[in-house]
Design a protein around this ligand. Structure first.
Ligand SMILES: [Mg+2]
Length: 396
């Protein structure tokens, strides 16, 4: 049995601000770009009692709580706190998987003999975070990632929840189905139409019937999670320097319009993997291999890091517009692909730009697309985008 910890700092940016400025303590604090535009990057628990959440438009948050104090974000302070946070976590296990600046999974299975059981390790981590960086962490301890993450989430703030092996199924079964990874509104409705509203309901339902109603991928996935079957390992630090997708064609392609459609699909796949890994990319590389096996790459650096498939696709299609694709030998394309590089964590410091809110919307749309894809498969999704057709050389 594994001992997995999910450690998550409470209201991270807002907590750093309240720590550094005593005048902010006990008050509703909103961290964001400015009061007039942009979104709430983080808010204190005092602000949450007004129904304010992160990613909410700042204007809406101020409508709900006009006396909230808006603080401009100071990424350098958050990065510094994050580095100290991860240094502490590293003392408890070599296997630390960072999900964002303030959140990580640890596999402590091998550390227990030396450091004590999961509860002891979690208690020590919370104490050190409090003593050394004066912040508050909530920790979930469980034999699987799914349960550890849910446990830390429901015990916030300043929580510690241990799910022992024998408690795993009772714990999961009492949860609403929406707590399961991959269950969005449409799946919830489909499950409700079968009379299933809790994870326990799903666990007791015949798996074959679940597959019949939801399809093989989702049906088996949900049945496995409901059994407590989540073998995902804790994966230390993203070693990935790029996330890419490429394919070789059965028949060479000499049409930029056709290649653009392929790039669009590839960009969406790459974006989904970036979001899965809580990463953003700051550069896009187009890879083209011709029918004479000559390979070229073209690269663009973006103004702001992104995990938005639309941005990746537009960038790649623009790069495509500048390369030669023709019907003569040596100019026909046998392979094309996209690689997203210069990766950074999703919550890494970056300038808040004027289009911050628009980009946040784009990424939320991306998250929604991931959920829809998980449910209905790739074919269900066609992002509406103008793709030039025909053999013209002018792509947008
Ligand atoms: Mg957090």
């Amino acid at each position: 049995m594994r001992t997995i910890l999910h450690v998550d700092l409470d209201a991270f940016y807002a907590a750093v601000e309240q720590r550094d400025d005593p005048k902010l303590r006990g008050k509703p604090v909103l961290v964001g770009g400015s009061a007039r535009r942009g979104v709430v990057a983080s808010c204190s628990y005092e602000a949450r009692t007004f129904g304010i959440k992160s990613a909410m438009p700042m204007a809406e948050a101020l409508r709900r709580c006009p006396h909230a104090i808006v603080v401009r974000h100071r990424m350098d302070r958050y990065v510094e706190a994050s580095e100290r946070f991860f240094a502490i976590l590293g003392d408890f296990s070599p296997e630390v998987e960072g999900l964002s600046l303030d959140e990580a999974f640890l596999d402590c299975t091998g550390s227990e003999r030396l450091l004590g059981d999961g509860r002891t390790i979690a208690t020590t981590i919370k104490q050190r975070v409090r003593d050394e960086i004066r912040l508050v962490a909530s920790v979930g301890v469980a034999p699987i990632k799914l349960a550890a993450k849910i446990a830390s989430d429901i015990c916030k703030p300043d929580g510690l929840r241990v799910i022992a092996e024998g408690e795993l199924l009772p714990f999961l079964h009492a949860l609403p189905v929406t707590r399961l990874w991959g269950v969005g509104e449409a799946t919830r409705e489909a499950l409700a139409s079968l009379g299933l509203s809790t994870v326990g309901d799903v666990a007791r339902y015949p798996e074959s019937a679940l597959v019949g109603r939801l399809g093989a991928v989702t049906g088996h996935h949900l049945a496995a999670l409901a059994r407590g079957d989540d073998p995902r390992p804790v994966e230390p630090e993203h070693e990935a320097v790029s996330v890419g997708h490429q394919e070789t064609f059965d028949d060479d392609i000499d049409d930029k319009g056709e290649l653009s459609v392929i790039l669009l699909d590839q960009a969406d796949r790459v974006a989904a993997r970036l979001r899965d890994s809580h990463l953003r990319a700051r550069a896009v590389v187009l890879i083209i291999k011709y029918d004479d096996f000559r390979q070229i790459t073209r690269r663009t650096t973006l103004d702001a890091a992104t995990s938005d498939g639309g941005v990746l696709a537009r960038t790649a299609i623009e790069l495509l517009s500048k390369v030669t694709v023709e019907s003569r030998r040596g100019s026909r394309v046998r392979l094309c692909g996209i690689s997203a590089t210069n990766l950074e964590p999703r919550d890494a410091p970056r300038q808040l730009l004027f289009d911050e809110a628009a980009r946040a919307r784009g990424e939320r749309l991306g998250d929604t697309l991931d959920k829809v894809t998980a449910k209905f498969g790739k074919a269900a999704i066609k992002r509406a985008i103008h793709v030039p057709r025909g053999s013209g050389d002018d792509s947008e």
